[in-house]
Ligand binder design. Structure first.
Ligand code: C2E
Ligand code: MG
Ligand code: MG
Ligand code: MG
Length: 289
């Protein structure tokens, strides 16, 4: 695993978007092996309550250490998992693993798990979620499922039924990457979200003169607040960005300013010291480079 000296972030194998079919099917076979051999990991990125600077939970993010390519980004292998149907097994593993890890953490810690649109369209999902929660013996409200706007692209009865079934179980629901897809305010009315995650693309550059991002962040947070939803600003890297998202009313922050995604041992150790989160980023983006 190549790591950079500065902050210990993983260097991901750069995806070649033009990788040929042969390369893809090789990766698909490798991914199949990785599932069978247990070579997938969940890393956990702290989610911090801005007002108190306490860790309230984590987002679980998949990591795959590929035998030849090193750490591979989920942005590269999730699409392969979706096309090959492996996402079902991987997604179920992620939900079960996160619930097992939650069972070892204090009761007021939550964990979010990403659910791809294909998983969301699987009528079995509520049974998987319920069984994972029961097997781990955790309170359902500690599990949060992150869903993207693309679940609404096919506006069928199944979507409404899925939201109802998940709410019935008692898990929390978050709308991920808000504002990057085919956003419609109608989704916020239709679906019972507890949280909106403001995409990193709105945070990046928000502190630059003339940027419209701050106004967009402020509008999303006031809308969320009026609807009784939390807001997490994603990808906050600098102290200036932290000040900005605080000023514009975000309730929570997730980003390298506090922590990158951590292996489960390191994540657990973050809880040992009173859940305190320490902002340790550069003041501005210029200094970050
Ligand atoms: P996401 O759910 O929007 O996750 C946030 C991404 O932003 C993560 O990338 C995280 O490592 C990264 N990030 C967090 N803070 C910062 C920051 O301050 N700066 C920068 N530059 N990046 C930051 P990651 O881990 O590469 O995951 C990419 C995407 O892969 C996720 O986006 C999610 O859509 C998907 N993914 C990850 N794990 C799973 C999973 O278990 N199941 C499914 N279906 N998708 C997953
Ligand atoms: Mg997410
Ligand atoms: Mg996101
Ligand atoms: Mg994203």
């Amino acid at each position: 695993a190549a790591k950079d000296g500065g902050r210990g972030r993983h260097h991901f194998y750069a995806p070649d978007l033009h990788a040929d079919a042969e390369e893809r099917s090789k990766l698909e076979r490798d991914l199949r092996d990785a599932i069978a051999e247990g070579n997938l990991e969940l890393h956990y990125q702290p989610v911090v309550h801005i007002a108190t600077e306490k860790i309230v939970g984590f987002e679980a993010l998949l990591r795959w250490h590929h035998p030849a390519h090193g750490w591979m980004s989920p942005a590269k292998f999730i699409p392969i998992a979706e096309e090959s149907g492996l996402i079902g097994a991987i997604g179920e593993w992620a939900i079960r693993t996160a619930c097992q890890d939650l069972a070892r953490w204090p009761h007021d810690v939550r964990c979010a798990v990403n659910v791809s649109t294909l998983q969301f369209k699987n009528p079995e999902l509520p049974f998987i979620v319920e069984d994972a929660i029961d097997s781990a013996g955790i309170h359902p409200g500690r599990l949060e499922l992150e869903i993207t706007e693309s679940v609404f692209l096919t506006d069928d009865e199944g979507t409404d039924a899925m939201f109802a079934a998940l709410k019935q179980i008692g898990v929390r629901l978050a709308l991920d990457d808000f504002g990057t897809g085919y956003s419609s305010l109608g989704y916020l009315k239709k679906a019972p979200f507890d949280k909106i995650k403001i995409d990193r693309s709105f945070v990046q550059g928000a502190t630059e003169r003339g940027s419209k991002n701050g106004a967009i962040i402020a509008s999303i947070t006031s809308l969320a607040q009026a609807l009784g939803m939390d807001t997490t600003a994603e990808g906050v890297e600098t102290l200036d960005e932290l000040d900005l998202v605080r000023m514009f009313g975000c309730s929570h922050v997730q980003g390298y300013i506090y922590d990158q995604p951590l292996d489960v041992v390191t994540a657990s150790s973050r809880l040992a010291t009173g859940f305190d989160a320490v902002a340790k980023g550069p003041r501005s983006a210029r200094a970050a480079r």
